[in-house]
Ligand binder design. Structure first.
Ligand SMILES: Nc1ccn([C@@H]2O[C@H](COP(=O)(O)OP(=O)(O)OP(=O)(O)O)[C@@H](O)[C@H]2O)c(=O)n1
Ligand SMILES: C[C@](O)(CO)[C@H](O)COP(=O)(O)O
Length: 233
């Protein structure tokens, strides 16, 4: 039908999950991505959503990871692994270097620590980026009044156009690899893929996603993640 928007070719999209962290802030005995949530590890929840899409998945693991092999992901033929780095950005870069950017010109990067992302949010991100030809991120608008300061408030930050960056984040593979590599070499602090693309002058679309796509970071987040899962059952 004329005027119909092009459907994404999922075969051109690779997915990367950085899962090489140690979860210091979680204060748990094991890396937080291997904590149990409704009978599965957090990593499995995060990976299983992506595996509902016909994409190729690469997971970056710590060289000391002693848990991945105990998960069903270890024997999933659609899952490959690489050794990550000392920071999230280096783990993502290691996975990007493993990918053939000609076979997979687009890459979707999703935190292992975000087990609650919903498929329809990911499909919305992919659809919008596919149509525009530009990368983008799931994000949700800030709802609290935001303050800057240390022990006392120094400034109230205008929140009208302030967003929480979430994941997945979707970008052209080779452009992201180059931006990430160059930004890290320049000593730029990179906490998400978008910040490398912004540094490189590349466009980053904001696609509103659900606010329950939380990153399990601190101890109380595990109970909250369980509550959100139960509320969907
Ligand atoms: N060197 C690292 C550090 C983090 N990550 C991954 O990046 C995601 C988001 O990072 P974060 O929530 O900060 O996880 P950790 O670094 O493990 O947490 P902490 O900072 O509390 O140690 C996580 O899935 C984590 O496994 C990674 O792949 N490689
Ligand atoms: C990528 C991210 O989840 C976007 O909000 C966030 O930057 C990860 O930060 P972390 O300190 O590595 O958890």
């Amino acid at each position: 039908m004329s005027g119909e928007l092009p459907a994404p070719d999922y075969g051109q999209i690779a997915a990367v999950i950085p899962a090489a962290g140690i979860g210091k802030r979680m204060q748990s005995e094991i890396p937080k991505q291997y904590l149990q949530l409704h009978g599965k590890t957090i990593l499995e929840h995060s990976a299983n959503v992506l595996l509902q899409l016909p994409v190729s998945l690469v997971i970056a693991l710590s060289a000391e990871d002693a848990y991945f092999s105990t998960t069903p992901l270890a024997t999933n033929p659609d899952v490959q692994t690489v050794i990550g780095g000392a920071e999230r950005a280096y783990s993502v870069l290691a996975a990007l270097k493993h990918l053939d950017a000609k076979q997979f010109p687009w890459v979707l990067v999703h935190d292992a620590a975000r087990p609650l992302v919903q498929l329809r949010d990911i499909q919305q991100l992919i659809q919008q980026c596919w149509q525009s030809g530009q990368g983008g991120i799931l994000a949700c608008p800030v709802r609290d009044t935001m303050k800057r300061g240390q022990l006392r408030v120094e400034q109230t930050v205008e929140r009208a156009s302030l967003w929480h960056a979430l994941t997945p984040q979707l970008f052209p593979t080779e452009t992201l690899r180059q931006a990430l590599s160059q930004a890290l070499s320049a000593g730029i602090t990179i906490t998400d893929e978008a910040s490398a693309m912004e540094w490189a002058g590349q466009p980053v679309q904001l696609i509103e996603g659900r606010s329950d796509n939380i990153k399990v970071t601190q101890p109380e987040d595990l109970a909250l993640a369980g509550f959100y899962l139960e509320s969907r059952a």
